[in-house]
Write a new protein. Structure first.
Length: 163
């Protein structure tokens, strides 16, 4: 069952929202804090013994708070700090306006027990690129109630990221 955005906010599952307009009937809009350029290849294996996350460097916004991105893939960081309770999980979906401009946001599942200022992959498909403003609403985070409370919460590498 989808948890309404107002309940998510009351439960303090999302902090540091920029504006009350981010609260949606079916979730919370996440906003753009930072865009990063991927600088090198990454490496993924089965047990993470050889995992190497691609290094990335921050790209600045201009004096008007805008960033022009040519086609490609970028890492983004959100303004909001997310805390997933043990009775829920969350899924992120790109805002429809972002899709209509030829860009997409990809992410993994937010597991029960995860908390952090999350990162996602921004894909710019539009051959002309896209202009994004600081604090732009780029993703809607939808929380779902699990049938049973998780016995153990997320304990992975990204727990507590980007405090």
């Amino acid at each position: 069952m989808v948890i309404p955005g107002s309940i998510v906010l009351q439960a303090k599952c999302v902090a540091d929202i920029v504006n009350a307009s981010q609260v949606q009937p079916a979730g919370i809009d996440l906003t753009l804090k930072e865009v990063q350029r991927l600088e090198e290849e990454g490496e993924i294996d089965f047990d993470n013994s050889r995992r190497r996350i691609s290094k990335a460097s921050a790209m600045g916004f201009d004096a008007e708070g805008k960033i022009r991105l040519p086609p490609g893939c970028y890492k983004i960081i959100y303004n909001e700090y997310v805390e997933i309770p043990l009775y829920a999980a969350a899924f992120g979906f790109p805002r429809s306006s972002l899709l209509r401009c030829g860009a997409d946001v990809r992410c993994a599942v937010w597991d029960p027990g995860y908390h952090g200022r999350s990162e996602s992959l921004l894909l710019v498909h539009n051959p002309k690129g896209i202009v994004l403003h600081k604090n732009a609403k780029v993703m809607q985070l939808v929380f779902v109630r699990m049938e049973a409370k998780a016995e153990k919460g997320y304990e992975g590498k990204y727990k507590g990221e980007n405090r």
